[in-house]
Ligand binder design. Structure first.
Ligand SMILES: [Zn+2]
Length: 217
C-alpha cells in the first residue's frame, strides 16, 4: 500500500502494517539463525548481527567516521541503484559499554537495507538517510523511513513471538496480569526482564513493549 510522502523525499511512500514488519523481521532473523547456528536462541549474538548485515549489504564498515554527516549521526545506509546498499556505523559504538547501542544501530540499518533499497531504484538521486541517536529506536511516524527502520530494529532483536513468551512467563512468575503502566513496579520489572533476555537497553525494551501493547504509559 502507498501513501503520499509528507517528508517530500519521494512522491509516495510505502505503508507497512506493524504485523507485516513483525512477521517479515522474525522470518529473516529465524531463517538466518537456523542456517548459521542450527537453532534459534536469544539474545542474538552481536557477531551474528554483524554477519547478517554483512550478508545483506555490499559492504559493512563498523569503524566509520560519520562526523561530517552531522553531530548525532551513528549509522548510515547508502542505497545502490544496481546492487546491495553499503552500511556504515560509527567506530565509537565499538566501545564495550556501548554494545547495546551497537546492536540497535546494526538492527536499524538492517531495517533500511531490507525495506528501502528498492525505493532508490524507483527514484534515483534521493539522498540516503543518516540515522541519528534519537531516531535509531523510535522516530516520529512522520519520518516514516526512520520510524520503519526503528520498528524493525526492535522486531529483529526482540521478535514478537518470543517476546510474547517472555511476557507470559514473567506474568506467571510475578502473578500480575493485563497491561501494566511503565511507571509501576510491574511495568519496570517487565522492562528489566526483556532488557536482560534480549540484551538491549531499558529504553529499547520499553519502546518495544509499548509498541506491542504489553505495557502502557
Ligand atoms: Zn535510519
Amino acid at each position: 500500500m502507498w501513501l503520499p510522502d509528507p517528508t517530500g523525499r519521494f512522491p509516495e511512500r510505502p505503508f507497512y502494517q506493524r504485523d507485516e514488519l513483525d512477521r517479515e523481521c522474525e522470518k529473516i532473523m529465524h531463517g538466518f539463525l537456523k542456517s548459521r547456528n542450527g537453532k534459534v536462541s536469544y539474545p542474538i549474538e552481536t557477531n551474528d548481527l554483524v554477519v547478517l548485515l554483512e550478508q545483506e549489504s555490499s559492504d559493512l564498515d563498523v569503524w566509520a567516521d560519520l562526523s561530517s554527516d552531522g553531530p548525532d549521526v551513528e549509522g548510515k545506509t547508502t542505497f545502490s541503484l544496481k546492487g546491495k546498499p553499503t552500511v556504515e556505523v560509527i567506530a565509537e559504538l565499538q566501545e564495550p559499554h556501548r554494545e547495546n547501542r551497537l546492536r540497535t544501530t546494526l538492527a536499524h540499518e538492517l531495517g533500511h537495507v531490507k525495506l528501502h533499497n528498492y525505493l532508490y531504484r524507483l527514484h534515483a538521486g534521493v539522498p540516503s538517510p543518516c540515522c541519528t541517536h534519537d531516531t535509531i529506536i523510535g522516530a516520529s511516524q512522520v519520518d516514516w523511513m526512520e520510524w520503519q527502520a526503528g520498528y524493525c530494529s526492535g522486531a529483529f532483536l526482540m521478535p514478537l513471538s518470543v517476546v510474547r513468551r517472555t511476557v507470559r512467563e514473567a506474568k506467571k512468575g510475578t502473578g500480575f496480569s493485563g497491561q501494566p503502566d511503565v511507571a509501576t513496579a510491574e511495568g519496570q520489572a517487565l522492562i528489566q526482564q526483556v532488557r536482560i533476555a534480549y540484551q538491549v537497553s531499558a529504553d529499547a525494551a520499553r519502546v518495544r513493549l509499548l509498541q506491542l501493547g504489553f505495557v502502557v504509559e
